[in-house]
Write a protein that binds this ligand. Structure first.
Ligand code: 48F
Length: 252
């Protein structure tokens, strides 16, 4: 006989086990969009302990809708090997440019990221950073529902050696440094220019403050670089670049 409470027990026990295990991680990633998940995948693949916190119910960030809800995305030659790594199909439409199905991209990256060992906590918002002695060393989390309802409920803390701000266009996590005067400014994303935006999103992927990396559109927002619309190679390469740099630092 199946008891209703058995279902509840196994869910609570397993969730709590995962959360307890993730109170201390090597890398805490904020935002389960393309750059955050790709970064998590490449880190976990090398045995790094990673948790991703995503404030929405669904993961995948801006992938699902392609451009204006036409759920296809464009990927350029430089990032083709990342599609191959994930086993995602694509079609060339002219030399060096490919089109892929947004639903397949989002679902496959999410699946492979989880299977690589990344723990994803959806419906959890990162509301602040832990900063000690001039270094970011964790994130402050709360339920998205608590934030939405404006309830006065104190958060919990996750300890991490590195934090990645993969929150997209608003660079929400880096904003916490700005409001405390720990960085000078966040110019915000520039106007649409796909070619330049794609190049710069990779260049701007960096440790913006000790312990804090920025990837994807957050990297362009903190540097005032252009947005690029539904071309995603830069997002993937940005995530992979952050993972590579953090891996090297963790090895030291
Ligand atoms: O915006 P998003 O997809 O980030 P990205 O990796 O990719 C950008 C592209 O989707 C697209 C583009 C073309 O390439 O320009 O826009 O830079 O995903 C960001 C994720 O972060 C979550 C948000 O819900 C989204 O899923 N997020 C934002 N703030 C928080 C957060 C927060 N404070 N706590 C947790 N999650």
């Amino acid at each position: 006989m199946l008891k209703d409470v058995e279902i509840s027990r196994v869910i609570v026990e397993n969730y709590m086990k995962g959360l307890l295990d993730s109170l201390t991680v090597d890398v805490a990633i904020v935002g389960a969009g393309p750059s955050g998940m790709v970064a998590g995948y490449y880190l976990a693949k090398e045995g790094v302990k990673v948790a991703i916190f995503e404030k929405k119910l669904s993961i995948g960030g801006g992938i699902w809708g392609g451009g204006m809800g036409f759920n296809k995305i464009v990927v350029q030659e430089d990032a083709k090997e990342i599609l191959n790594e994930f086993g995602i199909d694509y079609k060339p439409f002219r030399k060096g440019l490919y089109v892929a199905d947004a639903v397949e991209v989002a679902a496959t990256i999410a699946s492979r990221t989880v299977k690589a060992g990344v723990k994803i906590f959806n419906m959890v918002e990162v509301e602040d950073l832990v900063i000690k002695d001039g270094r970011v060393c964790g994130v402050v989390i709360n339920w998205t529902s608590v934030k939405m309802a404006g309830l006065h409920v104190d958060p919990l803390t996750i300890e991490a050696q590195y934090v990645i701000d993969s929150t997209g266009h608003e660079a929400q996590i880096t904003q916490h440094l700005l409001k405390r005067g720990m960085i000078e400014k966040i110019p915000g994303e520039g106007a649409m220019w796909a070619e330049m935006g794609e190049r710069l999103t990779v260049e701007n992927t960096k440790e913006i403050y000790p312990g804090l990396y920025v990837t994807g559109m957050a990297a362009n927002a903190v540097s005032g670089a252009p947005r690029m619309g539904p071309i995603f190679g830069g997002m993937f390469m940005s995530g992979r670049k952050a993972a590579k740099e953090i891996l090297e630092k963790l090895k030291k």
